[in-house]
Design a protein around this ligand. Structure first.
Ligand SMILES: Cc1cc2nc3c(=O)[nH]c(=O)nc-3n(C[C@H](O)[C@H](O)[C@H](O)COP(=O)(O)O)c2cc1C
Length: 347
């Protein structure tokens, strides 16, 4: 007796032409068009149906192993996402079985032969401000910091010690710095440890003891600031932030600026942009948590005017760079800083 059960993953749905129905196989991605009468005839004919389902039952597809995971999605009503979930399970990546990195190394050697190493980070040529040693953050539990952090949109209007700016940049970007230190042409696999590889960090300083106000590029490996446009840019930044007035009392605005070619070299997949946005969220959280440990509060927003931001930070070309997130920080006002002051009220 032949197994004529309907293979897992077959669906019948109306086709755009009303004269036909579509039978799709979510597992293999195959689709068939049938007239409703012909499909009904096939389903009702035991012999023909058994021969047809037998032909669809491809032992190598791993179809049966999908059942448990798929059930998990369906029982929760996650339709139509369950279809994408199943479709994504069938991809076999070239490096799925590559414990010693040989497959990835060969792919990287092809990349290198075709286009050389990833585009290098470009540091501006400007006056350098060495940062003081990072201040020691408050001795608080991470869980306490995570649960007590709140967005602050205005701040105590006083300069912040440079050790705290140094500490936010040092501790908040440790993971990115450590990976970047490991990048080496002699170890091409290091290019693929891509977290953080795309980011340039800029700082617009308004009120920090011992640091002149102005726009700076943060040199991640040298832990120092390189001036790109000196001056008081509070008003310019308020405009960049679409009129949000937080910079008027803040100490600085940090910008996470993506250098697309650096990432595209490593991440040749359509998920690249999504991964970048996710990374910006992770880094934003880390920076904001360190700031919170210094008694600073943060307004995080991606709502900046991109071209105006790039112009303010050294006329960076917008076909290569994009500011993705800005973090405006200042001394916390506690709950009084959650909202901007009403007009007429002191900022
Ligand atoms: C993607 C994103 C964009 C945001 N944009 C703004 C913004 O433009 N202005 C603002 O005041 N807050 C902005 N926020 C901050 C949220 O308003 C804030 O995080 C939210 O009110 C939750 O408050 P909490 O940070 O205190 O938990 C943004 C948050 C996210 C995740």
């Amino acid at each position: 007796m032949k197994d004529d059960t309907w293979p897992l993953g077959l669906r019948i749905r109306p086709a755009a032409e009303t004269s036909s129905v579509e039978v799709s196989d979510t597992v293999t991605g195959r689709r068939f068009r049938w007239s409703p009468e012909a499909l009904a005839g096939l389903i009702l004919d035991d012999e023909r149906r058994a021969a047809w389902t037998e032909g669809l039952r491809d032992p190598g597809s791993g179809r049966d192993e999908l059942a448990g995971g798929w059930r998990h999605w369906q029982e929760r009503g996650w339709f139509p996402s369950d279809q994408y979930y199943v479709a994504s399970r069938r991809w076999v990546y070239a490096d799925s079985d590559d414990p010693r990195g040989e497959v990835r190394t060969a792919a990287l050697q092809d990349y290198l032969a075709a286009s050389g190493p990833p585009p290098a980070e470009v540091l501006p040529d400007g006056p350098v401000t060495e940062l003081d040693p990072p201040a020691r953050p408050a001795d608080r539990e991470l869980a306490d910091l995570l649960t007590s952090r709140r967005t602050g949109r205005r701040y105590r209007d006083e300069p912040v010690p440079s050790e705290q700016l140094s500490g936010v940049l040092w501790h908040g970007l440790t993971g990115v710095r450590e990976r970047r230190e490991r990048i080496s042409e002699s170890d091409p696999l290091s290019y693929l440890d891509s977290f953080g590889s795309a980011w340039d960090v800029h700082v617009c300083v308004y009120a920090v003891d011992g640091v002149e106000p102005g726009a700076y590029r943060y040199d991640l490996l040298g832990h120092r600031l390189i001036a790109t446009r000196p001056g008081d840019h509070r008003h310019a930044m308020i405009d960049v932030l679409q009129g949000q007035r937080s910079p008027s009392t803040a100490a600085w605005t940090i910008g996470l600026v993506a250098d697309f070619p650096r990432y595209q070299w490593r991440y040749r997949h359509e998920h690249g942009l999504r991964r970048l946005y996710l990374e910006s969220g992770v880094l934003g959280q880390e920076l904001a948590i360190v700031a919170h440990a210094y008694g600073l509060s943060t307004l995080i927003t991606p709502a900046q005017k991109d071209r105006a931001y790039l112009a303010l930070h050294g006329d960076l070309p917008d076909d290569r760079y994009a500011p993705v997130y800005t973090l405006t920080m200042g001394r916390s006002l506690g709950t009084r800083g959650h909202f901007l002051a009403d007009p007429g009220e002191p900022a």
